[in-house]
Write a protein that binds this ligand. Structure first.
Ligand code: 13P
Ligand code: SF4
Length: 303
């Protein structure tokens, strides 16, 4: 079966769209209406007038799309397995305990979190707008959950805001070692190092640019440099190689970093999910009502 043509046909028949994160396998781009980072996909989910949204990403992304679209069908093809290890590091109990240690301080919540966690935070952020979001609060102290590395990056970028972080992290980015930067630079001299802010502070200190997945891709687009070491998930490197064939891209230590949950989807999965209109995401109405404030506040700042 030609899955690409069949998916396109089903999308037309059902007034459906496919949103794909740039960590997905690259062939998914053939059927995606939008490909990008978490913020971009969240904005597209908010704007769409489609009846069905198929999310080629992980659970928290599809759940966010559902919260923004309670009357639409949101489908996540590999619903049982497409989790995010970082999002799973905090739940409502852990959040409440963390908040009780530091009362009356605004809580900023990375979008990589569950609806329950969002429902008890003040404002959401993604890796591309975290600095802007914390700054928009106009306070000198915030709590930041769950990513300690992104929180630390925000504190360093703003200088005048204390960011008290929860102890969560992305295992894929957190495991990148500062020494690996030097090893990779030795193998590929004159390369710029571009890193995602989910990497550890000591690692980011050795990078030439720090930004979200879309930030990294825009950096390459606007740079006259030819050679880059890219410290994030392999999907970004695959797309950069496709889009800039005359430039050179290397993984940290020449080893691609894989997020297993992001790599689950195949074209066949998307076809089956769209045909069956399942598995569908559902969010408890009371939780969704509270969580949407947190997301909408972010979208208001990042228009
Ligand atoms: P972006 O905000 O760059 O899309 O990153 C999401 C993510 O899960 C990174 O690991
Ligand atoms: Fe979560 Fe890390 Fe995968 Fe991003 S790369 S979805 S933070 S586990």
């Amino acid at each position: 079966m030609n899955y690409i043509e069949e998916i396109k046909k089903l999308k037309r028949e059902k007034n459906a769209i496919v949103l794909a994160h740039c960590y997905q396998s690259i062939e998914i781009d053939e059927v995606a209406d939008y490909v990008g980072d978490s913020l971009f996909l969240c904005q597209k989910a908010k704007e769409t007038d489609a009846d069905i949204i198929v999310f080629a990403g992980v659970y928290f992304m599809a759940q966010t799309a559902k919260i923004l679209n309670p009357d639409k069908k949101v489908i996540l093809p590999n619903i049982k397995k497409a989790g995010c290890s970082m999002a799973d590091m905090i739940d409502l109990d852990k959040l409440r305990r963390f908040k009780s240690r530091y009362p009356n301080i605004p809580v900023v919540c990375y979008i990589n979190s569950t609806a329950e966690v969002k429902s008890e935070c003040d404002i959401c952020c993604t890796s591309s707008n975290a600095v802007e979001i914390v700054k928009s609060l106009g306070v000198n102290k915030v709590l930041f959950v769950p990513d300690k590395n992104l929180g630390r990056w925000v504190e360093k970028s703003l200088k005048n805001v204390e960011v008290l972080t929860y102890n969560g992290y992305c295992p894929i980015h957190n495991s990148m070692e500062p020494t690996e930067i030097e090893d990779t630079r030795t193998k590929h001299p004159n390369s710029l190092v571009l890193a995602h802010p989910e990497c550890r502070e000591a690692f980011l200190n050795g990078a030439d640019y720090v930004g979200s997945t879309s930030g990294i891709m825009s950096y390459v687009k606007n740079s006259s440099d030819k050679s880059f070491i890219v410290a994030t998930e392999s999907g970004v490197v695959d797309r950069l190689k496709r889009d800039y064939p005359s430039k050179y891209f290397y993984h940290i230590n020449d080893k691609p970093a894989f997020c297993q949950s992001m790599k689950l989807n195949t074209l066949e999965d998307i076809y089956t999910a769209l045909k069956d209109e399942a598995p569908e995401i559902f969010v408890d109405k009371e939780i969704a009502k509270k969580a949407i404030n947190c997301i909408d506040k972010m979208l208001e700042v990042s228009k």
